[in-house]
Each structure stands twice: as structure tokens, then as C-alpha cells.
Design a protein around this ligand. Structure first.
Ligand code: SF4
Length: 361
């Protein structure tokens, strides 16, 4: 691993300051940002509007690329999952989900995850380390190279491996780069960050930019949520929902996207369906129902189709905005809750019969 600083670990404004501190005109930082994020050029020697001395200095002093593509899997439904390798050999997954009129990229924020949600393959991996901002941003740089022109990434969801709010500093910098007009220039409403409910960090996240908040709910009682999302023992439903109710103007009245993975015999009862709208009262909400994507690390299964339909009917009948999310990329282990680097393990240890089951919009 190199100990050189990484250009993508700094927002464009911070980079201007770094350049100025080194006696380099700040507009040069804007030019570099344009090359990196708008042109997709990472080798300083190709940044042709910089003078020769600056190009050499940058090559010596800065890193510009954090991830390389190790493996790409294409799903029959158009979803693309990539295994990306960092300079220390760590591997993460990112998933592109093309849909009519938009292409969403699901990015990871950690290698593995400490939250140990019992329905999630990433949780079964345990926690390895936080990603740097450069490694978060580079997922966009690498994955957009996989799109056929004129395709482009229109939406970013922080719903891959890891709990984003446990890596908030890097997430803050990455969002700063995503929304900056000289960098990627994403509208904040095109960015969604998901949490399992790290209550003390939610307000801090929403102060970064008017992005969308997604909350992995998955249960209507503490006893069930304790089983599915161990963090619930520390921040139970009442604490989480009260925090969301109190957001008010911080969230600019945008709805909170609640994710609810439907699991057979665990959280799919009619009583659960009736409790859900009552729980979310007072919070502008959109509910996504996601039938469990099975994977080998979990004993859970999705409910029967009739149970899912019945659940949906009861919730929709309450007036709550609800959608049943179609699973994407489950044939390549790219669906919600399935990201576990199983394909990379198969490269090292021979063919794997592992299926996958994911976590994204
Ligand atoms: S659902 Fe999210 S927070 Fe929970 S273990 Fe999986 S990656 Fe971590």
C-alpha cells in the first residue's frame, strides 16, 4: 500500500485549499477534479491542461485510483455486480441496476459489516474495515466504465456492504464529491443513504445535504427486531421512530424510505401488516416490501406469494405509500442482503454453488 495521499479523499473545496497551501493556484484543483470525475481521467500525465511540472509533482505525491475491477457478473435482468479490489487486497461489491429511465448504483461503505443482521449475508462476514472516501467514490468511477454509451449512472444508493453511519466521515466526503457541481454534480435527491437505525448519527447524516434517508425496519415489535437487527437492543423501535418523528425540517419533509424484508413466519403476519402503519404514524413515509432473498448463511425464507399479496393489501389499505420491490440480480448474488463476496471466494477456492440475496432499491 502506498502512503501517498489520495486525491479522491478530498472534496473539491478541500482540494483547492490543499493546493493553495502548497503554492499551487486553486483553479488547478478544479481542473484536476474535472479530469477525475467528469472526464474519467486518472493518470496525471494525461491531464493535458496542467503544466508539465505539476503533472510530475502530482504523479509523485498523489494517488488517483483506489479500486480495480476483479470480477464482473451479469444478471439475466440486466443487473451488473462487480467485485472491486482495494490496494490492500480487500474486496467489496457494487451493483448497477438499470431500469427504464434511470440507472442506479448501489455502493458499499465498509468491508464486511459489524451489525450482524441475521438475514444479511454481509452481516455473516463480520467487520473488516471502513472504506475510505476514495474507495467509496471509486466505485462510481469503476462502475460507470461498465456502461455502454450513452448510459450513465443517475442514482446512487448507499445500500451495499456495511452500515454507512458507522463510517460517516468518509460518507460525508464522498457525498461532498458526488454533489459538487465541478465533480459528479448529482442532485442530492438522487442519493439515498440507508441505515439499520444508528439513532445518534441520523441527524448528522441529514445535515450533509438534502439526500434521501432509508431505514431498514424489518419488524414491528422489538422482540422480532432484536432477532433480525441486533442493533435494536441498543436503539429500540420507539427510540428510532421518535428520532425520525423529530427530524422535522432537518429532513425538509422528504419521506423516509422504510425497507421491510418479508420473512416467512417471522414478520409476515396480518398483525404485523396492521401494526406497520400505526408505527409509522407522524413520519412522512414510503414503505418498500422486499421478499427475503435467501442465501446459504441464513435459515430464513421468503413468504408464499399469497401471504405477500395479503400483507401488501392490508398495508396499502391503511393509506401508507407502499411498493413491493422486485428482486434484481438474485441470479448473481446481487440482490438485497446477498452481498458476501461469494463469487470472489469461488475464484480462490474453486466452483461455488452459493446463491445470493441482495439489498437495494
Ligand atoms: S443489513 Fe446492512 S447493517 Fe445489517 S448486516 Fe447487512 S450490511 Fe450490515
Amino acid at each position: 500500500m502506498s502512503d501517498r495521499d489520495h486525491l479522491k479523499n478530498h472534496t473539491p473545496d478541500a482540494l483547492r485549499e490543499r493546493f493553495a497551501a502548497q503554492g499551487i493556484a486553486p483553479y488547478r484543483a478544479d481542473q484536476v477534479v474535472g479530469w477525475l470525475y467528469r472526464q474519467g481521467v486518472e493518470d496525471p500525465s494525461d491531464m493535458t491542461n496542467l503544466d508539465h511540472a505539476l503533472r510530475e509533482k502530482m504523479s509523485l505525491e498523489w494517488q488517483t485510483r483506489a479500486l480495480d475491477v476483479e470480477r464482473i457478473d451479469h444478471s439475466g435482468d440486466g443487473t451488473v455486480k462487480a467485485i472491486l479490489r482495494a490496494s490492500d487486497g480487500s474486496r467489496i461489491e457494487a451493483v448497477l441496476i438499470p431500469e427504464p429511465g434511470r440507472t442506479t448504483l448501489c455502493v458499499s461503505t465498509q468491508v464486511g459489516c459489524a451489525m450482524a443482521c441475521t438475514f444479511c449475508a454481509t452481516g455473516a462476514m463480520g467487520f473488516v474495515r471502513n472504506l475510505t472516501a476514495a474507495e467509496i467514490v471509486d466505485q462510481i468511477c469503476r462502475m460507470r466504465e461498465l456502461l455502454e454509451p450513452p448510459g450513465r449512472i443517475t442514482n446512487i444508493v448507499f445500500m451495499g456492504m456495511g452500515e454507512p453511519l458507522l463510517n460517516l466521515d468518509a460518507v460525508r466526503t464522498a457525498i461532498g464529491i458526488l454533489v459538487h457541481p465541478k465533480a459528479f454534480a448529482f442532485a442530492p435527491r438522487r442519493i439515498t443513504v440507508s441505515t439499520v437505525g444508528l439513532v445518534p448519527k441520523i441527524g448528522e447524516l441529514l445535515e450533509i445535504a438534502p439526500i434521501n434517508l432509508a431505514v431498514s425496519l424489518h419488524a414491528t415489535t422489538d422482540s422480532t427486531r432484536d432477532r433480525l437487527v441486533p442493533l435494536n437492543r441498543k436503539f429500540p423501535l420507539e427510540a428510532l421512530l421518535n428520532e425520525l418523528r423529530s427530524l422535522g425540517d432537518v429532513n425538509a419533509r422528504r419521506p423516509v424510505f422504510f425497507e421491510y424484508t418479508l420473512i416467512q413466519g417471522v414478520n409476515d403476519s396480518v398483525e404485523d401488516a396492521r401494526r406497520l402503519p400505526r408505527l409509522l404514524r407522524g413520519i412522512p413515509s414510503k414503505l418498500n416490501l422486499i421478499p427475503m432473498n435467501p442465501h446459504p448463511d441464513s435459515p430464513y425464507r421468503p413468504p408464499e406469494a399469497g401471504t405477500i399479496d395479503g400483507f401488501l393489501r392490508v398495508v396499502a389499505g391503511s393509506g401508507l405509500r407502499v411498493t413491493l420491490r422486485r428482486s434484481r440480480g438474485d441470479d448473481i448474488g446481487a440482490a438485497c442482503g446477498q452481498l458476501a463476496l461469494r463469487r470472489s471466494l469461488s475464484i480462490e477456492s474453486g466452483p461455488s454453488s452459493a446463491r445470493s440475496a441482495g439489498k437495494m432499491e
